[in-house]
Design a protein around this ligand. Structure first.
Ligand code: P6P
Length: 352
């Protein structure tokens, strides 16, 4: 009787190279049904968007249209980088013929982009920040794309995407693509957080880490201390605390995705509080803080506005902003304790 084939030493590395993103999604869903196929196809399209953007970024400075500004302002009132426009168009081109989504809601577009011809109700909406941290591009520092997938609900006849004004627990999937020394795609379907690294020689995102869990505590606090004097006293109290206690180190890149990725892997806390002038903060809920909050909660961490779980926040407009405190459970709780302390003091000293 012939001996069955014995897997060789190559099997392990070959199996890993064959764990592509689309296969992993189907494994995650333990199904080959239509919904699973849709989500696998969606993730595949997101991977294609990431590859197109990574390719363009890798040629910054040697091809036109990567560095510098367009001279316009976006709906956020921010100056638009050429890469913001390119990346936004990448997502539109990648998804408009996919037959998977009805709408694309982006930081760069005042209202969603509708794809009516193939939109049976119950299909998906993609919410995304095409290039987060684009001010880093001209100095060759890391940037990222952030995405969330939600089910389309109702006919959205008004075109105001009111069905999107729901909390972050309506997200079916969320993730980001980090364009750094390597291009890494991190996602969750609500069953753990998983990371893939782009192998340019294969043109595939290959599984790098599965079921990533954030340490309960970490040494890093990540925030723009230049805003210190604009913060509420509670956040100043927290910064004074970490300045006076051993074991903390500040790290801040100016690009949310890179700072978040560091916290996810090493532990600690990222905070972008509101200021006295802008108590709602700078970061946008539907395509920045809710997707990243979803991921951090899936990794065993916490994400809040400083006082409310970020996934419970119900937006009243598409581009709503929120303060953001995200990371290791112990570190987020420490920041929240300063917020609670100041709120208690305010209540106790309020005029009767
Ligand atoms: P600041 C980039 O513009 C961004 O939206 C995030 O990526 C980043 O965390 C934050 O703003 C940086 O803002 O005020 O520190 O420059």
């Amino acid at each position: 009787m012939t001996k069955p084939y014995e897997p060789t030493i190559h099997q392990r590395s070959l199996d890993r190279d064959c764990t592509t993103l689309s296969r992993h999604v189907l494994q995650q869903l333990k199904s080959f049904g239509p919904n699973a196929q849709d989500l696998s196809a969606l993730m595949n399209r997101l991977a294609l968007a990431g590859k197109l953007i990574a390719r363009r970024l890798s040629r910054a400075g040697i091809v036109e249209g990567v560095l510098g500004f367009t001279g316009d302002e976006n709906v956020q009132g921010e100056t638009v980088k050429k890469m913001d426009v390119y990346a936004n168009d990448v997502f539109i081109s990648v998804f408009k013929q996919s037959g998977l989504v009805c709408r694309l809601a982006s930081e760069e577009m005042e209202t969603p982009y509708y794809i009516p011809e193939n939109c049976p109700i119950g299909r998906y909406t993609l919410l995304y920040d095409p290039i987060d941290g684009s001010s880093n591009i001209d100095t060759n520092l890391n940037v990222g794309s952030i995405f969330a997938i939600r089910q389309q609900e109702g006919n959205d006849e008004t075109g105001e995407a009111l069905d999107l004004l729901q909390n972050g627990r309506k997200q079916l999937a969320a993730g980001y693509i980090l364009y750094g020394p390597s291009t890494v795609l991190v996602y969750s379907l609500g069953n753990g957080v998983h990371a893939f690294t782009l192998d340019p020689s294969l043109g595939e995102f290959i599984l790098w880490q599965e079921n990533i869990t954030v340490p309960e505590h970490g040494p890093v606090y990540s925030t723009n201390e230049g805003n210190f004097w604009q913060w509420e006293d509670s956040y100043r109290d927290y910064i004074r605390y970490v300045h006076r206690h051993e074991g903390y180190t500040g790290r801040y890149s100016g690009a949310l995705v890179g700072d978040f990725h560091r916290i996810l892997l090493q532990g600690g806390v990222f905070l972008y509080p509101g200021t006295r002038k802008k108590p709602e903060g700078k970061l946008r809920l539907l395509y920045e803080t809710a997707p990243l909050g979803f991921l951090m909660e899936q990794a065993g961490g916490r994400a809040s506005t400083g006082s409310e779980n970020i996934l419970d926040v119900v937006p009243d407009k598409l581009h709503q902003r929120t303060p953001f405190v995200v990371g290791s459970s112990e570190d987020v709780e420490l920041v929240e304790s300063f917020v609670q302390e100041r709120a208690r003091e305010a209540r106790d000293t309020a005029p009767v």
